[in-house]
Design a protein around this ligand. Structure first.
Ligand code: GTB
Length: 222
């Protein structure tokens, strides 16, 4: 059941990943599913992303965005933090544990994700460049440098900071981007961590919803 306060998020009209869940609306969908908040999705075409109407939501002309009443947000990290702060279930209540979980969100976005994106760009956008083959090992090593530090955090624990939190949600979604490059297979601890995230019912619902959305039938405009 949706109402006036039901948030609306934006997503690619059809994601270039064909519904494999790598676009960043998936992490917002996942957060909303974790807290049991119904939501609506507004598809935005690539052309419409750069139009004034969408730039009013996100000046950089990107998805995802989030609208709830008169609040409009962009940046997946800010959106997930807002959801986590306004609903129970994604952040610990104890102040220090909460601050540490938020620190893991920033670590995912600022420290772990950037070299992963660099690798994705190197493989997708730069592979035809004459220097691509020489550069790739350097970029992969920058990713490994980050991943080498992460497994030591787990020990016997399943999540980064006690119970599953928004920090894990962000980290798992950032790490999923490594799957196509096969790098995650070098790190069984991390692969198991990502699999634990993917086994959560809320992730499964978010994933299936984005997949159905990205593979839905289109009406041909006459
Ligand atoms: N820092 C912003 C955030 O976290 O919200 C970054 C948002 C962002 O990169 N959005 C991308 C976008 O809108 C989609 S998620 N791109 C269009 C543009 O810039 O014009 C990144 C993404 C895109 C595609 C795939 N894929 O096909 O595999 C995966 C991830």
């Amino acid at each position: 059941m949706t109402n006036a306060y039901t948030p609306t998020i934006t997503a690619f009209d059809r994601s270039p990943d064909g519904g494999s869940g790598l676009a960043r609306d998936t992490r917002v969908r996942w957060a909303l599913e974790e807290v049991g908040q119904p939501y609506e999705v507004r598809p935005v075409s690539f052309a419409a992303l750069k139009e004034p109407e969408h730039r009013a939501r996100n000046p950089f002309g990107q998805i995802p965005t989030y609208e709830e009443g008169d609040l409009a947000l962009f940046e997946s990290g800010a959106i997930v933090l807002h959801i986590a702060e306004t609903h129970a279930g994604l952040l610990p209540t104890e102040a220090h544990a909460r601050a540490r979980a938020i620190a893991w969100m920033f670590a995912a976005l600022n420290t772990v994700e950037p070299p992963i994106l660099e690798l994705a760009n190197a493989k997708l956008l730069e592979r035809d460049k004459p220097w691509a083959e020489k550069r790739l090992p350097l970029v992969m090593d920058r990713v490994r440098d980050r991943l080498n530090r992460l497994p030591t955090r787990f020990g016997d624990a399943h999540w980064l900071e006690g119970a599953f939190s928004a920090g894990d949600l962000m980290m798992v979604h950032a790490l999923q981007r490594l799957k196509p490059a096969g790098l995650l297979d070098e790190y069984p601890n991390l692969a198991a961590y990502v699999a634990r995230g993917e086994a959560r019912p809320a992730f499964k619902r978010a994933f299936e919803d984005q997949r159905a959305f990205n593979t839905r039938e289109r009406r041909v405009k006459s």
